[in-house]
Design a protein around this ligand. Sequence first.
Ligand code: ATP
Ligand code: MG
Length: 495
Amino acid sequence: MTYNNAMAKKGLDVPAEITGLCRAIRDAGHEAYLIGGCVRDLLLDREPKDWDITTNATPEQIQSLFEETFYENKFGTVGVVTKSENPRLKVVEITPYRVEGKYSNARHPDEVTFSTNLSDDLKRRDFTVNAIAYDPIEKELVDEHGGQDDLRRRVIAAVGDADERFQEDALRTLRAIRFSAELDFALDAKTAAAIAKDADRLGKISKERIRDEFVRILESDRPMQAMYVAQKLGILKYVIPQLEEAIGVEQNQAHSYDVFEHLLRSLQHAADKKWPLEVRLAALLHDIGKPASRRWSDEKKDWTFHGHEVIGARMAEKILHDLRMPNETIKTVVALIRWHMFFSDPDKVTLSAVRRIITNVGVEHINDLLNLRICDRIGTGRPKEQPFRLRKYMSMVDEAMRDPVTVSMLKIDGKKVMDLGEKPGPRIGWTLHALLEEVLDDPSRNTEEYLERRAGELLKVSEEELKALGEQGKDRREKEDEAEVQKLRDKHHVN
Ligand code: ATP
Ligand code: MG
């Protein structure tokens, strides 16, 4: 893994486009090095995500060398558009050497200062493994902070004094955990101690920056370990404080772990299966409502958590909103959590109940919901991943999907409703949803004849009534949720 003589002769495996860019910069009399993640990944035999070049040329000099460039940020980075087919090479970022600016708020440097000296630029980088430069023309590495040693030791260590570096930019504390999760590296002891010392400074960092690193942790192969470490070092409370409430919350007999460990194990299973971000987030948060809804049952002689999925869905919505997650992601994760307790006994459940679950989470996420159930089961510490009953339920889902579960699956559409005399406007949607409710109850109603007759009758229904019919599914769910929350409040003697 360390760059040795044999590798030096052959050089690292750099695409011709990148070497070409470096050559052009050098031919104009400047220096050009690959830097950061791409050098680290090449040395680890991993495929680099993107290619970054650093140089002593100014942004203006860089721009003058290439046909198509853009320069629109305050860090001096110039994007060079190449003619490459490879999406990772289409735009290559070239950044002048920089020195660490003065940070007055642990957030952003107050100013960006360029330098003519590569060493300055290496010094301002976060971790030793990210501070190795490589010249693809001379096939030479510049490693002034022991980056290769740390690659060999598989350790994330700050460049220079860890405490100072985290005080400059507290996001680095979370980045350290992110890189250790992605690369399966340990945290260097001094670096870990400095993270614990400076964790509170993360409170000043923008949620958007925290979100980006947190998402990378979740998308790594080892999110469980990373979340444990984040908690131990005092960082978790600046990412999802509500998760700390789950620590030590004992569960019922069916579980081997407390709520916190159960959630992390569920998340890890989603990662082991390479399931998408939404499933990972839902796995991590699906029982977040348990601490607030836990009650002791004298009758059962055990803990109960009635309504935790309703409370949990609401909490998750706030958590994800606070983290500035995209609305589409929030919507999906909240629905998965809201419905994760779906009744799945294939011997007792009706097809119409299965159809309603599909309507509730959406056709495109029913698989995610089943996968979430698998994560949940594995997270309890029970060995069987996909018991016979869940497989049987899956085949019921397939069967249920043959009947309409969405408006677009009805044998009538908005155009037809208009042909029958309805004027354009919200009444069309309400009519279709009212018809879907009827068909969910009884799929044999999904015929042109029945639906056109009913649509004709609905033409005469008042605006108010039609809206109520169209939104009855939504209203019913909201009423049920409100009732659950109220029950919990009553039990809790709060209002
Ligand atoms: P990947 O592309 O796999 O995410 P990366 O190492 O390229 O990994 P980036 O976040 O793209 O990570 O950052 C590029 C490089 O810029 C890093 O390798 C590091 O040298 C430097 N860097 C990024 N953010 C910081 C920071 N907050 N403080 C110091 N250096 C940083
Ligand atoms: Mg990068």
